[in-house]
Each structure stands twice: as C-alpha cells, then as structure tokens.
Design a protein around this ligand. Structure first.
Ligand code: B12
Ligand code: SF4
Ligand code: SF4
Length: 408
C-alpha cells in the first residue's frame, strides 16, 4: 500500500501553502477511478497488447453474473452436466470471481480464432471411412498457449499499473490478477458476452457478427478498476434454428439450453465410460468432439482463418482414415498427440471412439479384420465397442444418422 508520508516540514509552511498541501493529500490518497484518463488509456493498451499476442478481440467487464447464475443452477439441477462433476463444485468461485481470485473486480475477456485454412468439415463428415476430429483439436492444445499469452499481458498490465499508481499516488498499488482458460470455474461465455465479444447464440456458443464462433475464450481476472464495456452485442439469431435442427443427437432441449449428456462432444471427450448405444450410429465418424452446430451457423461465413501456426493440423489429423488411426499403437498415439488436446482422452477412449467410427463406416473386409484383431485389447469397454462395431459391419441395416429425444 502506498501511504502519504507525513512530514514535520509542513508545519513550517504558510497557512496558504498548508491548505494547498492538504488538497494535494486528498488527491494523493485517492483510489483510482475507472474513468481516470490513465486507466482509460491502460484499457486501450491492453487491447493493443492483446492483438500483439494474437488475440482478435479483448473486452473488459465487471464481475456481476446476473441471470447467468440462475441459468447455471437450473442446468445443473436438471443433470445436463452428466458426469462432469467438476461443473458442480466451486459454485461460489464460479458465481463470484472474487472467491476465485481475491479482490477481483474486472474480467478481461479475450478471443482467439482457431479455424484452420481449408477446414473441410462437410467433406470429411461425408467420407465415412475418414475420421472427423473437431477443428479446435487439430493442432497444439490451446490451453497452454492461451494461458501463457494471457500471462504475458497480465505482467505488462501489472508493471504499467504500478508505474501509474506511483505517479498518481493511488492508495492501491498492489495488483492481484490471474489468467484462465477453459478448465477453471469461470463462466467464460457469460463474461465474453458482457465484455462485448459477441452474443450467446441458441447453440449456446458465443458468436460475433464479424467473426462467427470458431474461437477460444480466455480471461484475466484483475483487481484494477478498468473502465468496462457497456454495450452488449445484439443477439442476431433471430428466427434461425439451424443449429437446433442439425444436431445429430437432438441435444438441445430448447434454444440456449444444451443437455450435455446427449452432445457428441461430451460423449466422445468427457464421458469416461461406455457410450450409450442409442448415440453410436448418430455419432457417425466424429471421433473427437463435434462441430455441426457451429458449421451450420450462418454467422460463421464471417469466420476468419487462424494465423496461429500452432493451430495448424498435425499428423494430417484433419483428414486421416479411421483404419489408419485405429492401427496406431499406444506408443504412436502418445507420440502423435503430444501437446494436443486429444491426449487428454487417453488411448482407451481413443480406441472406443474409433471403434464407433469403424462400425459406422462403409462395410469392408479390411475393417472387419482390423476390428477382430483388436478384440483382445485389455479393456472391457473397448472390447464391447469393438463387438458392437463388428455387428454393425455385418448388419445390412442402414445406420441412423440422427436420433430424436422423443423416440427413445
Ligand atoms: C462444460 C463445457 C462444455 C460441455 C457443455 C457445453 C455447454 N453448452 O455448456 C460440452 C462437453 C458439451 C462442451 C462442448 C463444446 N464446447 Co465447451 N465448454 C464447457 C465449459 C468448460 C463450461 C461451459 C459452461 O459453463 N456450461 C454451463 C452451462 C449452464 O452453460 P450454457 O448452457 O452455455 O448456459 C449459459 C448461457 O447460455 C446462459 N443460459 C443458459 N440457459 C439459458 C436459457 C435462456 C433462455 C437464455 C437466454 C440464456 C441461457 O446461462 C448460462 C451461464 O452463462 C466452457 C469453458 C468455461 N469455463 O466456460 C467450454 C466452452 C464453452 N466450450 C467451447 C467449445 C469450443 C466447445 C465445442 C465447440 C467443442 C467441440 N467442437 O466439440 C463444443 C460445443 C457444444 C455446444 N454447442 O456447446 C468454448 C466455446 C467458445 C465460444 N465461441 O463460445 C469454451 C468457452 C471453451 C473455451 N475456453 O474456449 N463444452
Ligand atoms: S456439438 Fe454436435 S452433438 Fe453437440 S450440440 Fe452441437 S451439433 Fe449437437
Ligand atoms: S445457427 Fe442460427 S440459431 Fe443457431 S446459433 Fe447460429 S444464428 Fe443462432
């Protein structure tokens, strides 16, 4: 804390000078206010530093979550989080960021685009012998990259703020900040919307009218009273409901509400156990995540391709054959997914997901043989999925590409 240094010399000043000094004391002891020109300038600098670090949009907001707290509670009460138990813990931290990082009063939200050049979603989804991997997971894991870049920005903010605090003799010169990406108890989409990065669409993702939704979010929680964004982006979903209709597993209970337990992203990435049979055919060749409710969104015609080299597809994962990936040994899997988000599901779930893809692939002896050869893999879950895939390969029934909630 910066304090005013009381000095005996003051007594020697004339009455006039003494009054002047008292006025200066008041100014010296002031708290920085969000409309202080130096903080307005700092907010602009943060946006510039964001661009330098590869972020396309930075916005600043306060910590009030309003309606989002109730929405989250309702979602959890209905069990839409499934096995994601971590969504039910630390609710105080999720609802009140100051419980996560003490003294937080602002959230600096950041957007980083990830769509690679020539994403070919539809082409790969249609070629059923190919593996479809969500376009966000083709390159380097975004968590480390974004957290590191946000950390660099946070350090710059701290240094600049401390210089300003000394210059203006603000009472608070201690900076408390932390960067977050994805896995922490932070309602990232709510803060992004409040920061002006876009609106939360019916598909529950944040959409920007000039950039679509193919981006990651990250944030810095800070105690610096920066000026906040006051303009929330207008919701431009209108009468559209394309995302709700396209979902292969009918995972949207209503616009803006997703039952995660039906979402292919949850089933292939989050779910650690067996994938319920009803969802296996609609999963098709999606072996890691799903992009359908984004790919269909008309606002994504404005999406920009990422310039980030680290997000470029590795090991041709954007267009690999299912059989080729199924042939990877655990060692190859670990080597080829090093530093990638795909690593987190582990080899067992990797094979589980690939077995579903192969069960849905065009009938072929090569696939049947490859499946049979793996039947001795030491995991009951994998064996059961392979057996299912073999049955599918041998069946003459046409696979269902979609299921509806009511028909279950
Ligand atoms: C849990 C989670 C999932 C779960 C659940 C998804 C979900 N919709 O909640 C699963 C595993 C299914 C998932 C999937 C995906 N995810 Co995800 N996921 C998260 C995570 C960790 C938490 C999200 C959360 O808080 N959910 C809780 C529920 C309650 O939120 P919600 O349904 O969106 O509801 C909010 C609002 O919509 C609103 N609301 C709720 N109900 C209603 C009702 C009405 C009427 C209204 C008006 C508003 C409203 O209030 C809620 C609270 O803000 C965030 C990271 C983070 N820490 O925030 C990433 C995050 C949301 N995921 C992300 C991504 C990229 C994906 C996928 C595209 C990945 C993929 N390709 O497979 C898919 C997309 C699926 C989809 N349509 O959402 C990005 C989204 C970026 C963006 N542009 O918005 C995030 C922000 C990660 C990141 N740091 O970039 N994800
Ligand atoms: S990611 Fe796929 S499965 Fe999940 S809600 Fe979107 S379209 Fe449905
Ligand atoms: S597809 Fe249509 S309804 Fe869905 S998020 Fe995009 S604009 Fe909104």
């Amino acid at each position: 804390m910066m304090g005013y240094q009381y000095n005996e010399q003051h007594y020697k000043l004339t009455a006039h000078r003494r009054q002047q000094t008292r006025m200066t004391q008041v100014i010296n002891l002031s708290e920085p206010s969000p409309n202080h020109p130096a903080l307005v300038e700092l907010a602009e600098e943060i946006k510039l530093w964001g661009r330098e670090q590869g972020f396309q949009h930075i916005g600043i907001t306060d910590v009030e979550l309003g309606k989002h707290k109730a929405h989250l509670q309702d979602w959890l009460d209905k069990g839409y989080h499934g096995e994601m138990q971590w969504m039910t813990t630390h609710q105080d931290k999720r609802n009140y960021p100051t419980e996560l990082v003490p003294n937080t009063i602002r959230v600096i939200s950041a957007r980083m685009d990830y769509l690679p050049e020539n994403p070919q979603h539809i082409q790969i989804l249609k070629q059923k012998s190919k593996a479809y991997i969500s376009r966000y997971a083709l390159g380097r894991d975004y968590h480390k990259l974004i957290r590191k870049r946000l950390g660099l920005i946070a350090r710059k903010i701290e240094q600049r703020y401390q210089t300003l605090a000394a210059q203006y003799q603000w009472t608070t010169n201690e900076v408390s900040q932390r960067p977050f990406v994805d896995s922490a108890p932070v309602l990232e989409k709510a803060f992004a919307e409040k920061s002006g990065l876009g609106w939360i669409g019916k598909n529950t993702l944040v959409i920007n009218k000039n950039a679509g939704s193919w981006f990651f979010l990250g944030e810095i929680l800070t105690n610096i009273p920066l000026p906040i964004n006051l303009e929330i982006a207008e919701n431009k979903c209108g009468d559209c409901s394309a995302c709700l209709k396209v979902c292969p597993t009918d995972a949207f209970v209503a616009p803006y509400t997703l039952d995660a337990t039906r979402c292919i992203s949850y089933l292939t990435i989050e779910l650690k156990t067996s994938i319920p049979e009803a969802f296996r055919e609609p999963i098709g060749n999606r072996i890691f995540g799903c992009d359908d409710c984004q790919a269909i969104c008309p606002w994504n015609k404005y999406a920009r391709h990422s310039q980030e080299k680290d997000f470029s597809p590795r090991h041709t994962l954007d267009r690999s054959n299912l059989l080729e990936l199924f042939a990877w040994s655990e060692e190859t899997y670990l080597k080829n997914t090093e530093g990638s988000a795909i690593r987190r599901i582990g080899y067992e779930r990797w094979l589980r997901n690939l077995a579903i893809g192969l069960g849905n692939a065009p009938k072929s002896d090569e696939i049947l043989q490859a499946l049979k050869q793996r039947l001795d893999f030491p995991s009951e879950m994998v064996q059961e999925h392979i057996s299912w895939a073999i049955k599918q390969q041998q069946s003459s029934k046409k696979s269902r590409r979609k299921i509806k909630r009511e028909t279950e």
